[in-house]
Write a protein of this length. Structure first.
Length: 209
């Protein structure tokens, strides 16, 4: 349920989050050393913008299961939201090295692209976003990330094409306002998190609101 909300597939966000939290707290009360439950709880804390609590839960999870790659990627996203892109890149790269499956690698590349974009490393952000899109062209947020990076780079035709592809995949995400309304009032991390992303997407053709 938490993953559905995080990826914007949920049609009943508040109910899914509340139910997921109840189940996770029950599981952790029974056994506080369930690493994947701590990862899921960290994700929910992030969705509620309780970022320091999310970071703590995810670090506990990594201590319990240091080879579980998704924990590093969710931590990376959380650190980006906390304004710590250098730490986010470091943790995400750890997860990328651990990943036994290539299926989730586009998510890692997207997080890395976001981190470099926040640091002003536009060329690296574009390269990583291209890798994310190539890894799975059916994920809307990889295209949105690429659109933001290309917009900042000044490659506007490509940026518009990438944004159009993202909106084609998820038509309801055609503005920052709609993204926030559909996701617990938060601006999501993958696409429009910070000023750099907003400027890039604005240049690609996304309205301000």
């Amino acid at each position: 349920m938490g993953t559905n909300v995080a990826n914007y597939w949920s049609t009943s966000v508040q109910q899914d989050v509340a139910r997921a939290e109840q189940l996770l707290l029950q599981a952790l009360d029974h056994d506080p050393n369930i690493a994947r439950a701590r990862v899921a709880l960290g994700l929910l804390r992030r969705l509620h913008n309780r970022l320091e609590e999310a970071r703590i839960e995810l670090q506990k999870a990594i201590a319990l299961a240091p080879h579980f790659a998704p924990a590093f990627w969710i931590l990376g996203t959380t650190l980006i939201l906390l304004g710590q892109p250098d730490a986010a890149i470091l943790e995400t790269e750890k997860g990328l090295r651990l990943s036994p499956s290539r299926a989730a690698v586009p998510i890692a590349y997207t997080i890395l692209s976001q981190g470099h974009l926040l640091l002003g490393h536009v060329e690296q952000a574009v390269e990583l976003a291209r890798k994310a899109c190539a890894g799975n062209p059916r994920l809307y947020f990889t295209h949105m990330c690429l659109a933001a990076a290309l917009g900042l780079e000044g490659s506007l035709d490509e940026a518009r094409a990438a944004l159009a592809e993202a909106i084609k995949l998820r038509p309801e995400f055609d503005s920052p306002t709609r993204l926030r309304v559909l996701h617990l009032g938060q601006t999501p991390v993958l696409g429009v998190t910070r000023d750099n992303d907003r400027r890039g997407l604005r240049r690609a053709g996304m309205p301000d609101e």
